[in-house]
Design a protein around this ligand. Structure first.
Ligand SMILES: [Zn+2]
Ligand SMILES: [Zn+2]
Length: 139
């Protein structure tokens, strides 16, 4: 029997750690203004897992900030952005790829809010470029 596939993540200070079993649901770039501000970087990439597959091993310091139907999760100790949750995809958690221990495993497969990409950011891939999200509904 082979070992179960697991996916691990942790924040800078290790106050927040998680292990997910099962395959990620999606991996995506988001160029929207809200994601940009939430992580303080030109573009967000995130990888989603079904909540049923997620084991928060350390989450006491996990903080949540909500605007509308979007919830941003971050470490209250070191401030690292951790993940997002969305009311319209309530059975999933979208981890910032930089939170994952091995981000090489989660290459994004498309861009969302591609029209909002910062002009100086060069991403010379041939991935599909969507004008909005495919999974999450924004009000
Ligand atoms: Zn931390
Ligand atoms: Zn976004």
């Amino acid at each position: 029997m082979s070992a179960p596939i697991t996916h691990k993540g942790h924040c800078r200070c290790d106050s927040i750690t998680m292990v997910a079993s099962g395959d990620p649901v999606l991996s995506v770039y988001c160029h929207c203004d809200d994601c940009r501000r939430a992580i303080g970087a030109p573009v967000l990439s995130s990888v989603a897992f079904n909540k049923a597959d997620i084991d928060w091993q350390e989450s006491k310091g996990l903080k949540r900030h909500t605007i509308g139907t979007a919830h941003r999760l971050f470490c209250g100790e070191c401030g690292s952005p951790v993940a997002q949750a969305h009311d319209s995809a309530a059975d999933k958690t979208f981890f910032n790829t930089g939170f994952m221990d091995d981000p090489e495993r989660y290459p994004p497969t498309y861009h969302t809010f591609a029209d909002e990409q910062i002009s100086w950011l060069e991403l010379n891939d041939t991935l599909p470029r969507e004008k909005a999200t495919l999974l999450i509904k924004r009000p």
